[in-house]
Ligand binder design. Sequence first.
Ligand code: PBG
Ligand code: ZN
Length: 347
Amino acid sequence: MGAQQTLRASVHPVMRDTIHTMNTPLPKPVIRPRRLRRNPAIRRIVRETRLHRAHLIQPMFIVPGLGVQRPVVSMPGIEQHSIDQALREAERIRNLDLGGIILFGIPESKDPLGSDAYDEQGIVQRAAREIKKEIPDLYVIADVCLCEFTDHAHCGQLKGHDVDNDATLELLGRTATSLADAGVDMVAPSGMMDGMVAAIRSALDRADHSAIPILSYAVKYASAYYGPFRDAADNTPSFGDRRAYQMDPANRREALREATLDVEEGADMLMVKPALAYLDIVRDLKERFDLPIAAYNVSGEYAMIKAAAENGWIDEERLVMESLISMRRAGADMILTYHAEYMAERL
Ligand code: PBG
Ligand code: ZN
C-alpha cells in the first residue's frame, strides 16, 4: 500500500474526492481558445470586425474668407477652413480614400430665420459647388440644420422661446433642396424636428432630387459630448438648451420610436449620436432595421482622446482604433469621426 492509498483508506468516504484532487494534477483543458490568438497571422484570419477607410466620414467646418485655416482649440488637429482651403483639404481626403466628408458651415451673418442655410449663395452651398466641381468623386454629405445660421442658435424658427416645429420643416425642406441644387450627394438632417425626414423627402422629390438620399440623425441625444463642436460651429444657444427637441440620454425605447418614424418617413440611413456612450442604441437599431446604420463619434469623444494623448496618458492610435472598432462591432456601417484622416493614414 502506498502512502496515498493508506491516507484514502483512513478517511471518511465523503472526503476521498477532495483528497484525490489535492494529490493529482489538475485536468488539462482540452478546449483552448488561446490557440486562435497565438500570433498576428491567425488573429487576422479570425477577426470578426473590420474597419475600412470607406467606413469613415470626415466632418469639415467651412468659414467665410480666403486663406483661413483656423484651429479649433478644443479639438486639436481640426481646423475651420475657408472655401479655398477646404478644397485643398477635400483633395487630401479624397487621396486618402475615405468614405467622404460632411460639411458644416459658419455663415458671414446670422439672423432669426437662419436664411444663409437655404440661400443659393450660402456658405455651404458655395463650398459644395466648388468641391463637387474640383473633386467630383469625393462623396459629399451636408448637415441640414439651422443652428449654425440662426442668431439665437436654436435648431429652428422660434415662437417665443420655443422652436416652432412645423414652421421649421418648411425651412429644412428649402435648405435640403438648395444643398442638392449645389451638388451634395446626401443630406443629413440633425435638428430632431418631428416630421423632418418626410418634409425633406417631399421637398427634394418636388425639386427633382429623388436620387438624393437622406441620412437621418434619427436618434440624437441632448449630450454634453457636443461641447467642443459649439466652438467649431459657433452654435451655442443664446438662451436655454436643446433638451426640448434632442433626446433624454436615459431613454432607449424612445430611440426605437424615433427611428421607426424616420424609416416610415423615407430615411435611407439612420444615425445614432453620440457614439461611444450609446453603443447599445446602435446595436438596437442594427437589429431592428434593415437600413444602414451610422454612428457619430462626436467632438467631445474626440477631445477626450486628444487631451489624454497630449498628456501621454494613453496610446492614441490604439485607443482610436479600439473606439472605432467598437462602433463597428456594435453595428455601425458608417462612422462620422474627426479621427477619419488620422486613422486613414494608419489603416
Ligand atoms: C447641430 C449639430 C451638432 C452636432 C452636429 N450637428 C451640435 C448640437 O446639436 O449641439 C454635434 C457634433 C459634434 O459634437 O461633433 N444640429
Ligand atoms: Zn441644430
